[in-house]
Design a protein around this ligand. Structure first.
Ligand SMILES: NC(=O)c1ccc[n+]([C@@H]2O[C@H](COP(=O)([O-])OP(=O)(O)OC[C@H]3O[C@@H](n4cnc5c(N)ncnc54)[C@H](O)[C@@H]3O)[C@@H](O)[C@H]2O)c1
Ligand SMILES: [Zn+2]
Length: 366
């Protein structure tokens, strides 16, 4: 398809923008269901409720079940219809937002997203990633509409958990490397070229401001570095997929992430943390040594795992690593978006090389 593009109707990011939320929301409707978890509803409560009341918007809160399942989204969609809400506001991390997004689509209501952490671009995109009740990946569905309004209060983000933010940086910087790889064998129409430039800008911003932003966020300060990094994670990151579409997708890094999940030792690590290691494996497979060195520096500075030991799988058996490689290379995996053929043996070798190089790097900078 020549031109595909999706983006929110309006994206607004500012310190304390939630104090003005009612003014921005009231043109869209006057009865809103606020969906999040106990924590995320709490962090926005003071500013959001005051502002909605000032704008005479009726609202109530609904705690979602914690996982993005179709059943939970349908339950919330039914509430939207039964209680005649015009709007749904998804508040939180990706899971709360994806649930609200699906409910909005099922009930045909306008969606507002309020990310309370900057861990990924879920607040921007028109898609939800579904799981079953046990947390196993089901599928992702791209809906007809993107969020009508995205409100990003950088003061709230600055007070969010640092680990999610750092993993969000890792999960966003990867977009450049994966989009470039997956687009390389495709005919590059104008949107693809534009998306690749955005992905590069996104990466450059993270290299320039990411480390400082993580320090500032740890000090709970909404500085310029935090703002620029949040732009990259939520908005620019969302644009890469929104404009690049099928030509700019995930590649080896996310496949290796999926491969790593076969080892229970990695389960406590955040998505972006496993992707960080996968990103290094991709660059190793691509034989891009200069970029590898640049990336290892950034990832280490923001405490992302770069060795197998840091990934919770110290002294891992070769046969277990072979399972990781096998899963990474299964036919449906995005590793096959690389512009060359990759075998399980290649991936196994690349994983071991990354670990070796990263251990050497760490011993040199001690
Ligand atoms: N739709 C998309 O385009 C897209 C993109 C990437 C990822 N995802 C999905 O997003 C989900 C992962 O999302 P996530 O990493 O944001 O985490 P999450 O939604 O799983 O969890 C976030 C956690 O952080 C807490 N939290 C959020 N804001 C906080 C704050 N300000 N202070 C204290 N605690 C806070 C929440 O209570 C929750 O426990 C996965 O389901 C993934 O598939 C979707
Ligand atoms: Zn990811």
């Amino acid at each position: 398809m020549h031109l595909v593009m999706g983006s929110p109707n309006r994206y607004m990011q500012e310190k304390n923008i939630l104090l003005d939320a009612g003014r921005h929301i009231s043109p869209l409707g006057n009865k809103a269901l606020l969906v999040g978890d106990d924590t995320t509803l709490e962090v926005v409560r003071e500013k959001l409720h005051k502002s909605l009341k000032e704008s005479e918007i009726k609202f109530r809160e609904e705690v979602f079940g914690g996982e993005v399942t179709k059943m939970e989204a349908q339950r919330i969609a039914d509430l939207l219809k039964k209680e005649n809400f015009d709007l749904i506001v998804g508040i939180g991390g990706g899971k709360a937002i994806d649930t609200a997004k699906a409910a909005a689509a099922y009930a045909d209501r306008k969606l507002i997203t309020i990310p309370t952490i900057a861990s990924n671009c879920a607040a921007w995109t028109p898609l939800s990633v579904f799981y079953d009740e046990n947390g196993t990946f089901d599928e992702y569905i791209i809906f007809q509409y993107s969020p009508t309004l995205v409100l990003v209060d950088t003061v709230i983000i600055a007070e969010s958990p640092i680990d999610y933010f750092k993993a969000g940086i890792a999960d966003t910087v990867v977009k450049f490397y994966e989009a470039r790889a997956s687009a390389s064998n495709k005919e590059k129409n104008s949107p693809t070229r534009t998306a690749l430039k955005i992905a590069e800008e996104c990466k450059d911003i993270l290299f320039e401001f990411g480390v400082r932003a993580a320090e500032d966020l740890e000090a709970r300060k909404a500085t310029k570095a935090v703002e620029k990094t949040v732009d990259s994670i939520i908005a620019l990151g969302g644009m890469v997929g929104g404009i690049g579409s099928d030509n700019c997708r995930i590649a080896a890094a996310h496949a290796v992430h999926n491969g790593l999940t076969v080892l229970p030792g990695t389960h406590d690590f955040l998505h972006g943390e496993k992707v960080a290691f996968g990103n290094l494996v991709q660059l190793e497979l691509e034989n891009r040594s200069t970029e590898f060195d640049e990336l290892i520096f950034l990832l280490n500075k923001i405490d992302q795992p770069i060795t197998l030991a840091q990934l919770g799988i110290d002294n891992v058996k070769e046969s277990d690593l072979a399972k990781v490689a096998a899963k990474s290379c299964s036919p449906e995996e995005s590793i096959h978006n690389l512009p060359f053929k990759v075998t399980e043996a290649d991936v196994l070798k690349a994983i071991k090389n990354v670990d070796l190089k990263a251990r050497k790097y760490l011993s040199q900078i001690k």
